[in-house]
Design a protein. Sequence first.
Length: 89
Amino acid sequence: MKMKNELRLADMKLKMDGLDNWTAMVKDREILYVNKLTQCHSYEYPKCDIPDRSPIPEMTPDLETAPKYNDHVRCSLSDIYQMLRGLMP
């Protein structure tokens, strides 16, 4: 009976974490996690790899001092080459 409850809790945790492609089952009196799509299995809980968002301070842009370009970094191939060349002794 205890294993049946643990299996239900494992399935509920998968659903709560949004891991809908995974299911839990019991094999050799241990909980086993099975990916329904790939049919791979693991005895370890399939962690959700979505990192927490970092706290970003609220900032209002000053239109006079704001850069006139977007946030993307742009460089040429020669800039990359020069940077890499500077790293070598």
